[in-house]
Design a protein around this ligand. Structure first.
Ligand code: TXA
Ligand code: MG
Length: 374
């Protein structure tokens, strides 16, 4: 089944718990149908606990090509291969170090991708032509059921057009990719909300290439010598030496179409800076959006900003879960600018910091100093 963008309908297979559903097909039949499409070389979007993935049979180079076509993604950006569990690891990787098994035991299934030497039956197109492969076992029950039914490893990037915001609902996947993919399994909103943590085990010590849903602190508890992500604040992608080690880690990524300005300060100082900037921009006649926690929202609305709520300030897991849908809801409105602030770099704050920075084109703005923010 060749995926030809724009030439066929995308089947929406509802697998979310729905007591009033009138489609007679059972949950298992829908999973089986999606698995059959994958085995035939088609493209199926499916929920994982992080974001929706756009899957193809990872052992079928032609099917994997379809992912790049549907997303408009350059071949220099490698894909993550999804497996149901550690037993399948030797199908996709070779020379697997003991540390991989130890980490899998602690964190799989879950939001941790391990970069390992690539096995021969995973074609080079999956890995941007390199000798390594990123692999993870997602914990979402629908992803697990699909992987078991398909019986093949599944290459799946986030299910969005290249550079755009990752999708956390099936409706958002369709808004981006309807007609370009064969099917989407609708399992409702994803729970983690930001992509997996990518850990390179081919270097010693292991090095985090992308912070994500599994925190640095959780990894450090198991491998204390892990190297934290190195961040180049230089906005030019080519300048980063890290570009070679972490292909696909573009400084501009996860980005809305509306200009996004992110101030690098958490808590009251970040909130005060966003409020000051929003008030000024509204005063200049601009239509202003803001990403804000629940407690920050009323003051922003009072100055005339459109606010997308991220949840309580002290619940960064919820902020992460809501981030992409919130960004998307503002981007869908006719706004001139969106303001946001960071959430520190501890725990889930680090992945939020990384995604907000990339969504803003790789550049963070200094927040107002304390006195001015009063
Ligand atoms: O949570 C996730 O990781 C989601 C869900 C669907 O699993 N997937 C995802 O895939 O975010 P994607 O393609 O949007 O991002 C994968 C990133 C690549 O851009 C690249 O930076 C890194 O993972 N990556 C994948 N394979 C790699 C490899 N062999 N070496 C270095 N980095 C790799
Ligand atoms: Mg992506």
């Amino acid at each position: 089944m060749e995926s030809q963008p724009g030439q066929h309908m995308t089947i929406r297979l509802d697998v979310a718990p729905n007591p009033n559903g009138h489609d007679p097909k059972t949950h298992e039949q829908r999973i089986a149908q999606a698995a059959e499409i994958l085995r035939a070389g088609g493209l199926v979007a499916f929920p994982t606990e992080t974001v929706y993935g756009l899957g193809a049979d990872a052992t079928n180079a032609a099917a994997v090509e379809g992912i790049f076509t549907a997303k408009g993604r350059p071949h220099s950006d490698p894909l993550i291969v999804h497996i149901s569990g550690v037993d399948n690891l030797p199908q996709v990787a070779r020379d697997i170090p003991a540390m991989a098994y130890m980490l899998a035991q602690h964190f799989w299934p879950g939001p941790l991708t391990l970069v390992l030497p690539r096995a021969a039956n995973i074609p080079p197109v999956v890995a941007a032509g390199g000798d390594t492969v990123g692999v993870r076992s997602p914990s979402h029950p629908i992803a697990q059921a699909l992987l078991r039914a398909a019986g093949v490893p599944v290459a799946a990037p986030s299910a969005n057009r290249f550079m755009g915001v990752s999708q956390t609902t099936a409706a958002h996947v369709l808004a981006d990719l309807d007609g370009r993919i064969d099917a989407v399994l609708d399992g409702g909103s994803t729970s983690v909300g930001v992509e997996s943590t990518v850990l390179d085990l081919t270097t010693s010590p292991p090095c985090i290439l992308r912070p994500g849903g599994l925190t640095l602190e959780a990894l450090q508890a198991v491998i204390p010598h892990v190297i934290a992500p190195s961040v180049s604040l230089d906005a030019t992608d080519a300048s980063a030496g890290q570009a070679l080690r972490a292909p696909g880690q573009l400084n501009r990524h996860y980005a809305p179409a509306t200009p996004l300005v992110v101030f690098d300060a958490e808590g009251a100082r970040g909130a005060a800076t966003v409020l000051r900037a929003a008030r000024e921009a509204v005063g200049e006649g601009k239509r202003v959006g803001a990403l804000a926690t629940n407690d920050e929202a009323p003051a922003l609305e009072a100055v005339g900003a459109q606010v997308a709520r991220l949840g309580p300030s002290d619940d960064l897991a919820q902020v992460a879960q809501r981030l992409y849908a919130a960004l998307r809801s503002l981007d869908d409105q006719p706004l001139n600018v969106i303001y946001a602030h960071t959430f520190g770099q501890v725990g889930m704050g680090l992945a939020l910091w990384d995604r907000l920075r990339r969504a803003a084109g790789g550049v963070l703005q200094a927040a107002d100093d304390k006195e001015a923010a009063q």
